[in-house]
Design a protein around this ligand. Structure first.
Ligand SMILES: *Cc1c(COP(=O)(O)O)cnc(C)c1O
Length: 399
């Protein structure tokens, strides 16, 4: 996944173009900027790559999610369905708007279980947010059918799955809105950054306004612009966008390298008895940022994770016990530890999560071990890694 592995001359050259003019902001200063618009350039090129009409670049993936929810009209007391296995940004972006994150179970895809989504729908539900964790997707056809039947927004969090596809479409472009992150550990990086993509013209217009204090961006005098709606500041700087422009040019190469490494490791362990892989929905192609396996039991998964780490396999994750990505690691959420008062209904609903039964999710997460795919491995490293992984798995699973 890590774009940070490939920072180099291209990135420096792009950033220097911005430093030469000194115009670090994406709007205004036409006289000084010598026609350089890095954020705009990135947006045009990224929309084209994703096969959508519009892209709005913002300051982070988390702000992309908040902007997307806001333009979709999600707010006070509305319910947004999200998976138990995700990144904290899912509920943060929802809570920021006064809405309620409704966490539901995942399945063998390691993403939203469509049945759990159906069961969680109430008259207050406004949006379903699948999170394409670790490079692979939710069953989007099933989720779209549910959203269509209940008139809900389908918002794809594709922050970890850039470049993956579903039925020939880029992940993030299938739903009403799609979000990406370009933070420092994502497949491509801006340092910090995020994007919202959509084919909906009104959503795009409102995203453009909302992320910049509600500015209408009409005319050439920023000070004279009007504010059709209340907004916020989620702008990206030109420096960050410039890094993104360079990384975007590398994206295809990065994805190809990732796929090569993933396939090599997968082939090495695929016939080991007791190892199974996450389910990829029919019509889906992963972006190959992680290799995810299931072990037969929770105890075996814990053993495998410990042994992998001990034998020097870096970037091997046991998300079940990881504070960033699974419901069991978020007491601050379930205890609603907010610095400022929350609406009582939001607080109540968060507190209820502490006692909700997520044994279906535990069933998958407890048995999952996840391997980050890196770009910089040479052939020897890759072979060594495959051999180590095979040895650990065979040793533990033959007992
Ligand atoms: C990284 C990430 C985000 C948010 O990204 P930031 O840019 O760090 O705010 C959101 N969702 C998922 C699944 C992520 O991995």
């Amino acid at each position: 996944m890590p774009g940070f592995e490939v920072f180099g001359d291209h990135e420096r050259a792009q950033v220097n173009e911005v430093l030469e003019t000194g115009v670090l902001m994406r709007y205004g200063f036409e006289g000084m900027r010598q026609g350089r618009f890095k954020a705009l350039e990135f947006e045009k090129s990224f929309a084209q790559k994703m096969g959508v009409a519009h892209c709005q670049l913002v300051s982070s993936g988390t702000s992309a999610l908040s902007v997307a929810l806001a333009v979709a009209g999600v707010g006070a007391g509305d319910e947004v369905i999200v998976p138990t296995f995700t990144f904290v940004a899912s509920f943060e972006s929802i809570l920021m708007l006064g809405a309620i994150p409704v966490l539901v179970d995942i399945d063998a895809t390691l993403t939203l279980d469509p049945k759990a989504v159906s069961d969680a729908i109430t008259p207050k539900t406004k949006c379903v947010m699948p999170v394409h964790m670790c490079g692979s997707m939710a069953d989007l056809d099933a989720l779209k059918a549910i959203c269509d039947a209940h008139d809900l927004i389908l918002l794809e969090d594709a922050c970890q799955a850039i470049g993956g596809t579903y039925r020939g479409k880029a992940l993030g472009s299938y739903g009403d809105l799609g979000c990406f992150s370009f933070d420092f550990v994502k497949t491509i990086t801006c340092g910090e950054g995020g994007a919202v993509i959509t084919n909906n013209k009104t959503f795009a217009l409102h995203a453009d306004q909302f992320q910049d204090h509600g500015h209408d961006h009409v005319g050439s005098d920023r000070g004279a612009e009007t504010h059709p709606y209340l907004g916020y500041n989620f702008r990206i700087s030109e420096l960050n966008a410039a890094v993104g422009c360079a990384q975007l040019e590398r994206m295809n190469d990065i994805l190809a390298q990732q796929q090569k490494h993933y396939q090599f490791l997968r082939a090495a362990i695929k016939d080991i008895e007791g190892v199974t892989f996450r389910h990829v929905p029919e019509g889906g192609v992963e972006n190959y940022s992680f290799l995810n396996i299931f072990l037969p039991t929770v105890a075996l998964a814990e053993q495998v994770h410990a042994a992998m780490t001990q034998s020097g396999i870096d970037a091997c994750f046991y998300w079940f016990k990881n504070n960033w990505h699974y419901i069991s690691g978020w007491p601050h959420l379930t205890q609603a530890k907010s610095l400022y008062p929350m609406m009582p209904i939001v607080q109540e609903r968060l507190n209820k999560l502490a006692t909700q039964d997520f044994s279906r999710s535990d069933h998958y997460m407890g048995r999952n071990v996840s391997f980050l795919i890196k770009l910089g491995w040479d052939e020897e490293t890759l072979k060594h890694r495959a051999a180590l992984m095979t040895r650990v798995l065979e040793q533990i699973l033959s007992n």
